[in-house]
Design a binder for this molecule. Structure first.
Ligand code: F3S
Length: 411
């Protein structure tokens, strides 16, 4: 890789250990991916999940601080594994907070969310950034038209240096469509967009898909649901929707020329994806998880309205079944706004736990093994199956709320 004299000095340790280790990470990844050089990036989004990084991650971040490491670009933080306001934290949870504090000392914004877009963190069209958390890359690339790879620990290195390898989604050629998915089904609601994302991810693997036939412009919540499921079921960092997303004004432009034969995504294909996702059957529910990725203010408001409607329809009184852990996950600032509007009060009054900062699987207190979990998110479904062998009950937000209040999944 070509490095400037200043970058070579960082790599040689002339500017301290934090920049040296950061440059070692970036040049190793860059060399593996044939990047010719490093490019400036404007922001970074960091995953510091303590359940994955453990004590080694804490030690690394604290050493960066001790040795003078400072972030030179705006850096936000993904969901962490504990609610920051939790009293009486375990040793693991305390370690997670120490990791967050280390990042804050280096200049990070403690956003603690896998859905930073609803917090106003929106890279501009054409901007190069270094964002980790697989769910963020499709939104950044596809919806905003900014440019990021699916970063991992390298996002910390980018935050320290303001640099990233010039490869992957930073290059025009890699952003063109490679497979056409013709959608011949009605897609409405985050559960359907999430299911479509899961199917699109599995059908396309590491190729960039172009979806055609989605009639309406998806809402931000729809895009977030689609992108999270797309990323976790596939390996691509970008999708296009013909006539809607910014780099796909039409099919020819999205593909950069010839349009390939379409793969059809119809109701039968989505039904099959639903059957793959929903491994549980009707009956009692142990856990309800809504808000993967973290719920927006609109989603919290609408969940509260649905709870009120369900309570009115429910002769039994409509308070969440004591046998069910009923979670809606969000971030701290959205929680605070919803709280000031009385939305959190309505939800908690009905027995819903609105969690901030973490979720049912990014948590030291995660879904118990074999639990029957109801969700409207194909990403949560896959994670809960993978980490806890959960039995998944998959459906709309309204179905999940009804299950949380009644304690049963009806089908
Ligand atoms: Fe966020 Fe947890 Fe889902 S971190 S994307 S709510 S698995």
């Amino acid at each position: 890789m070509h490095l400037t004299p200043d970058q070579t000095d960082m790599l040689d340790g002339g500017q301290g250990w934090p920049l040296q280790i950061a440059m070692e990470m970036l040049t190793a990844v860059g060399a593996a991916l044939d990047a010719p050089d490093l490019i400036p990036v404007k922001s970074a989004h960091l995953v510091i999940d303590g359940t994955a990084l453990g004590v080694a991650g804490r030690n690394f971040l604290e050493r960066l601080v001790d040795e003078g490491g400072r972030f030179v670009i705006p850096a936000s933080i993904n969901a962490i594994a504990v609610d920051r306001t939790k009293p009486d934290m375990s040793a693991d949870e305390t370690d997670q907070i120490r990791m967050l504090e280390a990042c804050e000392k280096m200049g990070a914004l403690p956003s603690c969310s896998c859905n930073p877009f609803i917090q106003g963190l929106l890279p501009a069209f054409g901007e190069h950034v270094a964002w980790s958390e697989s769910a963020t890359a499709p939104f950044v690339n596809s919806v905003l038209g900014a440019r990021t790879n699916r970063e991992g620990a390298t996002a910390v290195a980018s935050a320290l240096t303001g640099l990233a390898p010039r490869c992957g989604m930073h290059l025009d050629d890699n952003r063109r469509g490679e497979i056409l998915l013709r959608v011949e089904a009605d897609i409405a609601g985050v559960d359907r967009f999430s299911l479509l994302g899961a199917l699109a991810g599995r059908l396309t693997g590491d190729r960039v898909p172009v979806l055609d036939g989605i009639g309406q412009t998806p809402s931000t919540d729809d895009y977030v649901a689609f992108g999270a499921a797309f990323a976790i079921h596939g390996a691509a960092a970008m999708f296009h929707i013909a006539g809607i997303t910014p780099e796909a004004p039409d099919l020819e432009t999205a593909f950069g020329g010839g349009v390939p034969v379409a793969t059809i995504v119809d109701d039968a294909a989505l039904d099959a994806e639903h059957a793959r996702t929903a491994t549980g059957t009707a009956g009692p529910v142990d856990i309800v998880s809504i808000g993967c990725p973290h719920a927006s203010l609109d989603q919290l408001r609408s969940a509260a309205a649905m709870v009120v409607d369900q309570q009115a329809a429910d002769r039994a009184g409509g308070h969440a079944s004591p046998a069910v852990k009923f979670y809606i996950h969000t971030n701290r600032s959205t929680y605070d706004t919803a709280s000031s509007e009385g939305v959190i009060g309505v939800l908690t009054g009905a027995g819903v736990s609105v969690t901030a900062d973490n979720c049912a699987v990014v948590s030291y207190d995660r879904v118990p093994a074999g639990a029957r979990l109801a969700t409207n998110s194909a990403k949560m479904a896959l994670f809960a199956r993978s980490v806890s062998n959960a039995k998944i009950l998959f459906g709309s937000t309204a179905q999940c709320i009804a299950a949380g209040l009644s304690g049963r999944w009806e089908r």
